[in-house]
Ligand binder design. Structure first.
Ligand SMILES: [Mn+2]
Length: 316
């Protein structure tokens, strides 16, 4: 059995569908961490123990992957595809494929997989649209891959929102089901998926409520809220991509008993250095040049926010 462990967003789900399609007749199953929590729980450990081979997709969790590799006594071959800013895993039995390690950026993990396996279809592009939004749609190759399947730019964006609705509602099973649904349905059928449309209605109502409270600060905007939905990256995307803020710090003060912070900028400054600073303070922070995400106990939230605000004072 081959197990695909993937991120819960469009890029992660499409990455799993790409690999599954490429595996053809081989038996596989897919699993995602609990949405919003970058941790491998008991279920992932059990599934991995029963596997002959693992693919880890679009999950920027280098240490966690190394720990799992150790736990499996380095006996299960791991292939780790990613495009996030991270250090290289140098362990026998682990193949770490991330063009960023050679200084070459990729818009999505689907793109990395497609390049590596030389397997291109609309999913290669859809992952990029999921991660980069309209920026990805400036790439003619992305548009061409979508058009081949009869998808225009708006439909592609809509489809990423429908797919992402599953994790935003914290429905781990629905995220996992999406991998097979994408494999077995045409893009136009996927665009009509009723369950996903219902999800979107719930989410859109919640985001509108939250963004009605956004406050403009000196450099960037800030928005604070309490929600059980994993809505924070969507709130930040919408503020930057649709409302035109050059950056936004979004703060969920009660996400299943934890706090979440998500900082997105339109283009600059480069946030990589901020990610390191937060990690050095012991935060579980992740991200890339234009995004920092972290979750922490409610008690540590103020430290995280002060670190971000102080950092912004210096770089502005
Ligand atoms: Mn990604």
């Amino acid at each position: 059995m081959i197990t695909l462990i993937h991120h819960w967003d469009t890029d992660g789900i499409c990455s799993a569908s790409l690999i599954a399609g490429w595996l053809a007749d081989k038996s596989w199953k897919n699993i995602t961490p609990f949405p919003g929590f970058f941790e491998f729980d008991g279920r992932i450990y059990r599934e991995s123990e029963g596997s002959d081979e693992l693919y880890i997709l679009d999950l920027n969790m280098v240490e966690t992957v190394e720990k799992l590799h150790e736990h499996l006594h380095q006996k299960v071959r791991i292939t780790f595809f990613d495009h996030h800013n991270q250090r290289k895993i140098c362990k026998s039995g682990v193949t770490h494929i991330n063009p960023l390690l050679e200084g070459k950026a990729a818009p999505s993990t689907t793109w990395v997989i497609s390049e590596y396996l030389n397997t291109w279809n609309y999913l290669s592009a859809l992952g990029a649209v999921g991660d980069k939004g309209s920026t990805a749609l400036k790439n003619p190759s992305v548009l061409q891959l979508l058009r081949k399947e009869g998808l225009n730019a708006d439909e592609a964006v809509k489809l990423t929102k429908l797919i992402d609705s599953n994790y935003i509602l914290m429905d781990r099973n629905a995220v996992e089901r999406a991998v097979k649904l994408i494999l077995k349905n045409t893009p136009s059928d996927l665009l009509e998926m009723r369950e996903w449309h219902r999800n979107l209605e719930l989410i859109e109502r919640e985001v509108e409520n939250i963004l009605s409270e956004i406050k403009e600060k000196v450099n960037f905007a800030e928005v604070e809220f309490k929600s059980r939905m994993n809505i924070i990256s969507m709130v930040a995307r919408k503020a930057v991509w649709e409302r035109g803020y050059s950056g936004v710090v979004a703060i969920n003060r009660d996400f299943h008993g934890h706090a979440q912070v998500y900082f997105r900028v339109a283009s600059s400054p480069d946030l990589s250095d901020l990610i390191d600073r937060l990690k050095n303070l012991g935060f579980k922070a992740g991200g890339k040049r234009e995004v920092v995400g972290l979750y922490c106990s409610k008690e540590k939230l103020e430290l995280a926010l002060n670190t971000i605000r102080n950092w912004l004072e210096v770089v502005k």
